[in-house]
Write a protein that binds this ligand. Structure first.
Ligand code: PEP
Length: 251
């Protein structure tokens, strides 16, 4: 049995001064959802306030990116040891917005993911096709490439620190959701691809989240699919009630 994991991705939306309130509201609203791992991934500048507010609650705090080098002359970057020192437990890697706007490639995803895992945090590695790629019949090719390159060198022993998020780019922030069957099909492909990399027994234990306009109203049917083990939530993570509705659907 894989424990469901629901993670919010706050993106660039919450001020440091607003952070404690939202974390506390999420903690309160999800208190009864003991069977679900609840995570808020927050902007780096919100991390300290989020960690403080989450103390003594069931909410884990994550970051939205991390550099692969431990320290050095990388102006503007945040390293894994910095995140660990602050109390961060999860890091989103390779979100499509990072790929689209900030030049993230499968190779840099690989470096970041390995650094996050080596530092003892959980890497939430995002994969997903654009609408153009799906319509051109390239879905399988794109997912396999993102998995094979993005997870190169990740071993079976590393996999308890790995979560994969399937996020069809055409469903992120658009209000369009993959149907449960469409999502399940890709989740099964992701698990089969992972099995080739780390073995079927290990692949069977890795959680695969769906992300893309997940809301309280559609979460239950997505989360009922056999290979959908949670959600990565953008817009609906900014309102504790909506986020808690998704967590409840996974409970
Ligand atoms: C995301 O950005 O990871 C995401 C899934 O966003 P939304 O839920 O807003 O589509």
């Amino acid at each position: 049995m894989r424990k469901k994991i629901i993670a919010g991705n706050w993106k660039m939306n919450v001020l440091p001064s607003e952070t404690a309130t939202l974390v506390k509201e999420v903690a309160e609203a999800t208190k009864a959802c003991g069977n679900v791992e609840v995570v808020c991934c927050v902007p780096a500048i919100d991390v300290a306030a989020a960690i403080e507010a989450a103390k003594g609650t069931q909410v884990g705090i994550g970051a939205e990116n991390a550099h692969w080098e431990a320290k050095g002359a990388f102006t503007g970057e945040i390293s894994c040891p910095m995140l660990v020192d602050a109390g961060v437990k999860y890091v989103i890697i390779g979100h499509s917005e990072r790929r689209q706007y900030f030049g993230e490639t499968d190779e840099t995803v690989n470096k970041r993911a390995r650094a996050v895992i080596a530092a003892g945090m959980t890497a939430i590695v995002c994969v997903g096709e654009t609408l153009e790629e799906r319509e051109a019949g390239k879905l399988v090719e794109v997912i396999e490439r993102q998995m094979n390159v993005g997870l190169k060198g990740v071993t079976a022993a590393d996999c308890d620190k790995l979560v994969i998020a399937y996020e069809p780019v055409w469903a992120i922030g658009t209000g369009k959701t993959a149907t449960p069957d469409q999502a399940q099909e890709v989740h099964a492909l992701i698990r089969a691809t992972l099995a080739k990399l780390v073995g079927a027994e290990t692949a069977d234990k890795v959680r695969i989240q769906y992300g893309g306009s997940m809301k309280p109203g559609n979460a239950a049917e997505l989360l009922a699919k056999p290979d959908i083990d949670g959600g990565l939530i953008g817009g609906a993570a900014l309102k504790a009630g909506d986020f808690a509705g998704i967590v409840a659907a996974g409970n």
